[in-house]
Structures are given as C-alpha cells and as structure tokens.
Design a protein around this ligand. Structure first.
Ligand code: SAH
Length: 222
C-alpha cells in the first residue's frame, strides 16, 4: 500500500522534533518510519501528524509526537533491548519503541484499547510487540528485567514493581505528580541493585495511571 503520508511525517520530524532539540538518531529514524496515521481513527488521518494528542476512544489519547520522541530519546536505546511500556493506548509509542528495541511488552488496562492496539500493530507490521491487558502498575515480571521502561500515564509515584523489574543500567521514564498541572517527566537510571539516579525532564500532562500502585480511580481534576 502506497504511503501517502511520507511528506507530513518528514515535516513532523523536522518541525516538531528536530526543531525542539530531539537529537537521538534512533528516535528520529523510528518517528520518521512509523505510520502514525494507522494509529488514529479513520476520520482523524488527515491530522495524524499534527502537533497535538488525539482521542483514540475509551476517554484516552494518542500522545503528541514530541512527547513520544522525548520519552523514547530519554530511554537512550541503542538497539536490541528488551523494553516494557505501561499504557499501550492504540499502540503508537509501542511501535516507535519496537523500531529500536528487540522486543516490546506493553500493558493496557482497558480491554478495548488492548484489542485496538493489536489490530493497529498488525496493520503497521510490528511483530515484536506483545500487548497484554492488565494492571501495568504491577509491571510484567515474566519478561523482566527490562533495559527500558516507559510509563505513558501519570501516577503519584514510580510503582515499586516497575523499579524492581528494571535491569541494572536500565532506564525508566514516567510522568509523576499529584495533579494534572504538576506532573514532571521523571527518568530513573538503575545504577546498581539498590541505587537509582533521578533526572527531571520537565513538566508534562498525561492521563492518569489507574491501578494498584497508581491512582485508585480517576482523580477529581481529570
Ligand atoms: N502510549 C500511548 C498513550 C496512551 S494514553 C500512545 O502511544 O499514544 C495512556 C494509556 O494508559 C491509556 O490507554 C490508559 O487506559 C492506560 N492506563 C492507565 N492506567 C493503566 C494501568 N494501570 N495499566 C495499564 N494501562 C493503563
């Protein structure tokens, strides 16, 4: 099938990513390759490469391209890694990660979205992604440890299960904050079995992480 979206995708990489300081070659190549229009509703395809999130059903969104790139770059993947994503949504960020990593396991709590993501990833040809329906705040111990963990929903703190499942030397990125206005994108690097280094990558706004080690329900601000 001819890809009629090559030009808007290249423009997205140039104007939204490179222009704002995304430098990592693997991230830029992956964002330039994944057909984002296959991860949005049919009627939204014309604006799939716009500089904003879009609705994907079940009250959830596909993240803004820049945010996906920022989180992917922050993981510092060089290729061949084992990666865990929490919050699959429609599967777009999982596809971007799968362009670089060897395998991606992604966990989504809403069954309809897990099904949608499986369909989308089949259509985009990403066979190295496993979509699991469940509470991602518990991680996915079966395939641990992970070289990278990306959490694409905001929680009050980094779930202990996810820290435990991170390989030594691995990195985790997650929006952490008490309210919609004050989430910070946090990066943890596991420097040893016991020690984690923390970087704050700046303010962001994500949908809530709901689960045993996240919010118990959608908080009032949502
Ligand atoms: N990664 C997506 C963004 C999805 S939005 C993209 O590429 O665009 C965040 C997703 O996290 C939503 O689909 C929401 O249902 C999911 N989510 C929230 N809490 C979760 C939890 N505890 N476990 C797994 N998924 C969760």
């Amino acid at each position: 099938m001819a890809d009629t979206y090559i030009a808007p995708r290249q423009q997205m990489v140039r104007d939204q990513l490179e222009a704002r300081g995304i430098k990592d070659k693997n991230t830029l190549a992956a964002m330039g390759k994944v057909p984002r229009h296959l991860f949005v509703a049919q009627e939204d395809r014309q604006c799939a490469y716009g500089d904003y999130p879009l609705p994907i059903g079940s009250g959830q969104t596909i993240s803004q391209p820049y945010i996906v790139a920022l989180m992917t770059e922050a993981l510092g993947l060089s290729g061949g890694e084992n990666v865990l994503e929490i919050g699959t949504g429609g599967g777009y960020a999982a596809a971007v990660l799968a362009e670089i990593a060897k395998q991606v396991v992604t966990v989504e709590r809403v069954a309809d979205l897990a099904d949608l993501a499986r369909d989308n990833l089949r259509a985009s040809g990403h066979q190295n992604v496993t979509v699991i329906c469940g509470d991602g705040t518990l991680g996915w111990p079966e395939d641990a440890p992970y070289d990278g963990i990306s959490v694409t929903a905001g929680g009050p703190s980094v779930p202990k299960a996810l820290k435990d499942q991170l390989a030594v030397g691995g990195r985790l990125v997650m929006p952490v904050g008490r309210s919609s206005g004050s989430q910070d994108l946090i990066r943890l690097t596991r420097v040893s079995q016991e020690d984690f280094k923390e970087d704050n990558l700046g303010g962001v706004r994500f949908v809530p992480l709901i689960g045993a080690e996240g919010w118990t329900q959608a908080p009032v601000w949502f």
